[in-house]
Design a protein around this ligand. Sequence first.
Ligand code: ZN
Length: 250
Amino acid sequence: MPEITHLLTGFHVNTDQGNLGLCTIALLRGRTNILVDVGHQGRANQLAAALERANVPREDIHGVVLTHAHWDHCQNTDMFPNAKIMIHPKELEYARDPKRPDLATARYFLNTLEGRDVEKVVEGAEIEPGVRILETPGHTKGHISVLVDTPEGQVAISGDALPWANSVVTGQPMIIFWDEKEAAESVRKLLSSSRIFYPGHDRAFRLGEGNAVEYFSGDDSLRIMLSHDGVGDMTLRVAPDGTMAPTVIG
Ligand SMILES: [Zn+2]
């Protein structure tokens, strides 16, 4: 069975000056090494360090699954020259002409795939023993999730189709760029496929009795460095209800 390593935690932190775009990045180690999402360039150093801690050289990443083509999930494919890039054919189509006002899908995304080994993956594709693709459109046209067999049952790495624990309550992703009905259907599909989630912008959680959310993996804080001498640095901590609570560190 493939082993899941939580390389980088997803957060939902926005500011009035722009989005930090911190998505979940997971490593699957089976017969091959596969990454689900690779994040944006601002996280390249953190991703490289996390792989080093996991003892996996970048050259040994054989595959990258992109849940969708939003900038915060897909920019670092060039860090993995030996990886084939797996994406849904409809997402490639969508990236050619993203639905307005989806400014998170950049047209240059398709250029980043030039010269790469791109594999179009659809529902049910087994990309590694015990790892399958689940179509979860709505957030974007060709969004996919990844289902992983583990000793604890089927785990869903759900990207922005189910980006945070709150989606379990609302039945919707955080933002819908493509289609509301499809987005709601995708949340239902994910909830009927799994009780354990690595969501796109939240810590990993499992659902207990009465769908109680139990977080089990991921960082619960992030530090904002405002200067080089540490003055005014700030730590944002995730409160038990999933919101971010600021703690100013002197
Ligand atoms: Zn997205």
